[in-house]
Design a protein. Structure first.
Length: 231
């Protein structure tokens, strides 16, 4: 697919923003005492690229994010994080999918059928997370957690879509952010770098705050750039 001049320009700007966030002492990577080593805001330019210019642009900016994660892992003092992000599959694949998922969620969220589909996917994904994050509990507790998280996810999709400035951007930001969290921790579990329970704990403690920050900033930026984008 050939990129237009506008797409190339925006990819360059958002890619530069990604690198700048990564180089800041606090901003792109926020140190926290978990196996992942840090929470991030570096996924936000990738989300914006997917929303504004499509899945290819989103994947390219995501690849820049992944490349920075891979480079940073070589000097990371956290041994688990160094092991995780030195694996190019973990460093690149989830990051590239952020922009792709954000684009298609943004597109789906503007239609009734698309919103219904998103609610179903959210319910299943959160329900699955709730069930498997409590492997040491009884079946009743695990199913209760799954139902509670699934219902919360459906309610969140409805409320966010109603309250955001325009249907699409806020939901796209949340789904893009969770794509990053679930992708990184899921692959880390698959490669046996971290146990399932630790991955679930990191997913909750990192994923929810990161998604909320992404949702708020993406919605604000979307509203703030509306005039420029409509020209």
């Amino acid at each position: 697919m050939k990129l237009s001049t506008r797409q190339i320009t925006l990819v360059g700007i958002l890619g530069a923003m990604t690198v700048a966030l990564g180089l800041l002492p606090v901003g792109g990577f926020i140190p926290v005492p978990t196996p992942a080593g840090s929470a991030t805001t570096m996924h936000i330019p990738t989300i914006l690229a997917g929303i504004f210019e499509g899945p290819v642009a989103g994947a390219i900016v995501g690849a820049i994010f992944g490349g920075f994660s891979f480079w940073r892992a070589q000097t990371n003092p956290n041994p688990v994080a160094k092991l995780m992000f030195s694996n190019p599959v973990i460093a690149f694949l989830p990051r590239m999918l952020i922009g792709v998922v954000s684009h298609y969620v943004y597109t789906l969220a503007r239609g009734t059928r698309g919103r219904f589909f998103l609610m179903c996917v959210t319910m299943v994904a959160l329900g699955h997370t709730g069930y498997w994050s409590l492997v040491e509990q009884s079946q009743a507790v695990r199913w209760l957690a799954a139902i509670a998280l699934g219902a919360t996810g459906v309610a969140a999709v409805v409320i966010i879509n109603q309250k955001s400035s325009k249907q699409g951007p806020a939901l796209a930001a949340i789904c893009g952010s969770f794509t990053n969290t679930i992708g990184v921790m899921g692959l880390s579990t698959l490669f046996k770098y971290v146990p399932v329970q630790a991955a679930a704990a990191v997913g909750i403690t990192h994923g929810i705050p990161e998604a909320v920050v992404a949702m708020v900033l993406t919605d604000l930026i979307y509203r703030g750039t509306r005039t420029i984008r409509e020209q």
